[in-house]
Design a binder for this molecule. Structure first.
Ligand code: NAD
Ligand code: UFG
Length: 338
């Protein structure tokens, strides 16, 4: 099937292109490269032997989308395109609401016009409220987001649910990702943050390679076993395969359905540092720093619904994630800008 992949040059999108090609699908990528490099798609080609068709442009450009839908018989869309930096979203809320909601609305408008009514949406565990019991289930309470980025995901989900109510032909899968890390095991593709990383794993790998003097561990006085924050880290290749599993569901159902994509297991910051050091034989110097505002002590998924309904489960453990992240970083110290 031809699958429109918005944001397909990005971290999760490019790994998903590999999984789609491996599953016999044809990705058609639209990306404005605001947070990525076209080189990621050349790496997809090196891994799979297939160069994805690529349109450089903004998903909010409906004339561009019109051309894409007219030229290719698109079967469904996976909508990754969006801005994702939590701190930046607090500083630039209009950019985040404008880009993330604007892109979703434009995409759906053009899809409606072309009678393509199957969409997979990149949502996030950030939509869950902070006071839920763990593990987080798809039925756990959402809302009370602590930043505009989180609200764009919450509102994006609502827009898509409303669309399925307005037109029963629509089929939407809302995938709530937990914490994606890791890289393709070839070392050819991985996460490539342009600025100082906000997230834990890219900060660890940049510290290990000497680009940062030490990791700041944000708080060691949380009510967790070692006092540091606990998250559900998921290997990006497992996450990519979750999208392939969701396509089968998408094509045989209508309405909107939510799935968690996580492992179901929590890992603390210090456990991650230790596992990285053990897996790669590289020290990661760290210092305990104050808590980061807005952080929760702990969250992890209940992935049972994804297993029961999509037949999907994760295969990779934290050691694999640490090894593959380091393999990518050490082979590409400057990411795709080599
Ligand atoms: P990423 O920044 O690597 O990829 C997003 C891609 O979208 C980039 O290539 C960017 O250039 C492109 N883009 C942004 N706005 C666009 C627009 N208007 N038109 C065209 N292209 C546009 O991020 P990622 O980590 O691959 O995340 C993919 C999706 O998953 C995002 O929607 C993100 O919010 C969501 N998500 C990510 C995480 C995570 O921790 N990485 C967690 C939960 C959800
Ligand atoms: N952490 C550090 N030092 C760092 C970076 C992070 O100690 O330099 C800690 C954090 O305090 C937290 C854990 O590592 O305890 C994970 O932090 P990340 O920033 O990697 O991930 P978050 O869980 O805070 O958030 C990420 C995305 C969100 C998304 C969420 C769930 O940034 O947008 O995962 O998908 F919603």
């Amino acid at each position: 099937m031809n699958i429109l992949v918005t944001g397909g040059a990005g971290y999760i999108g490019s790994h998903t292109c590999v999984s789609l090609i491996e599953a016999g699908h044809t990705p058609i990528v639209v990306d404005n490269l605001s947070n990525s490099s076209e080189e990621s798609l050349n790496r997809v080609a090196r891994i799979t032997g297939v160069q994805p068709v690529f349109y450089k442009g903004d998903v909010r450009d409906e004339a561009l989308l019109e051309r894409v839908f007219s030229r290719h018989a698109i079967g469904c869309a996976i909508h990754f395109a969006g801005l994702k930096a939590v701190g930046e979203s607090v500083a630039k809320p209009l950019d985040y609401y404008g880009n993330n909601l604007g892109a979703t609305i434009s995409l759906c408008r053009v899809m409606c016009a072309h009678g393509v009514k199957r969409l997979i949406f990149s949502s996030s565990a950030t939509v869950y409220a902070g006071d839920n019991e763990l593990p987080l289930r798809e039925t756990s309470r959402t809302g009370d987001c602590s930043n505009p980025y989180g609200w764009t995901k919450y509102m994006g989900e609502q827009i898509l649910r409303d669309l399925t109510v307005s037109d029963p032909e629509w089929s939407v899968v809302l995938l709530r990702y937990f914490n994606p890390i890791g890289a393709h095991p070839s070392g050819l593709m991985g996460e490539d943050p342009t600025d100082i990383p906000n997230n834990l794993m890219p900060y660890i790998t940049q510290t290990a390679i000497g680009r940062r003097p030490h990791l700041n561990v944000f708080g060691n006085d949380y009510p967790t076993p070692d006092g540091t924050g606990v998250r559900d880290y998921i290997h990006v290749v497992d996450l990519a395969k979750g999208h392939v599993a969701a396509i089968d569901y998408l094509c045989s159902h209508t309405g909107a359905e939510v799935f968690n994509l996580g492992t179901g297991k929590g890992c603390s910051v210090l456990e991650m540092v230790k596992t990285f050091e053990d897996a790669n034989g590289i020290p990661v110097p760290y210092r305990i720093a104050p808590r980061r505002p807005g952080d929760l002590a702990e969250f992890y998924a209940d992935p049972a619904k994804s297993l029961a309904v999509l037949g999907w489960q994760t295969r990779h453990d934290i050691g694999d994630m640490c090894r593959d992240s380091w393999n990518w970083q050490s082979k590409n110290p400057k990411g795709y800008r080599e």
